[in-house]
Write a protein that binds this ligand. Structure first.
Ligand code: CA
Length: 220
């Protein structure tokens, strides 16, 4: 999952970036509102964490511009404590959720998981596919109730496909959402990971659609 963080407080940004990385997200950080707006407007993120007080362009204006331009990615707004008017305006401007500062990183992660889930049409933190269960809170996958040991990269890939179950996900989208920009990763890296996941979870768990991409789908 690829997350954009717009936050000009370097200490908070550092903490959030470290937390996101430890939780398996690919995070990009911008401090400048103008550049952050442009990134969010032109690139594809699974969610955006948006501080309202930013230099060059404030968070509410950024959010309104994204929504006016038809950008629908989930946005979690960071607000000053006790500022109910900021929260109301944030939600009215198209925020999916808000978090007052200061906050616990655990709560940030929980809210992030929830908005990503809702954006992809999932309502439970447990995603299931036949006899496979993926727990987004614990970052664990089990098969017939038995935990399966996936590496962080395998988990991230499978987690992304599970969130988009029923849809063919192209190679390029997987690379965009799983790796840092310019990481040099290509379709082969994805193929290798898919092969490993199939060995652990079963050969049919991920279907290859030649020339299109991959899909996970519940079989009737
Ligand atoms: Ca700020």
């Amino acid at each position: 999952m690829r997350i954009l963080l717009l936050e000009d407080d370097s200490r908070i940004a550092r903490d959030i970036t470290a937390t996101l990385a430890a939780a398996g997200y690919t995070a990009e950080h911008q401090t400048d509102g103008e550049e952050g707006w442009f990134k969010g407007d032109t690139e594809d993120y699974d969610a955006i964490i948006l501080d309202l007080g930013l230099p060059m362009l404030d968070g509410l204006t950024i959010l309104k511009r994204w929504r006016a331009n038809g950008r629908t990615m989930p946005v979690l707004v960071l607000t000053a404590r006790g500022s109910w008017s900021e929260r109301v305006e944030g939600i009215d401007s198209g925020a999916d959720d808000y978090l007052p500062k200061p906050f616990r990183m655990e709560e940030l992660l929980a809210r992030l998981r929830a908005i990503v889930r809702r954006a992809t049409g999932q309502s439970s933190p447990l995603l299931t596919l036949g006899s496979i269960t993926l727990d987004t809170r614990q970052m664990r996958v089990s098969l017939d109730g038995v935990p399966v040991n996936l590496t962080p990269q395998e988990y991230r890939l499978f987690n992304y496909l599970m969130h988009h179950a029923g849809r063919v996900v192209p190679h390029t989208e997987l690379i965009d959402h799983l790796y840092e920009h310019d990481s040099g990763k290509d379709a082969n890296a994805i193929e290798v990971l898919i092969g490993r996941i199939r060995r652990k979870l079963g050969p049919d768990v991920i279907e290859t659609r030649r020339g299109f991409g991959y899909i996970v789908e519940a079989k009737p």
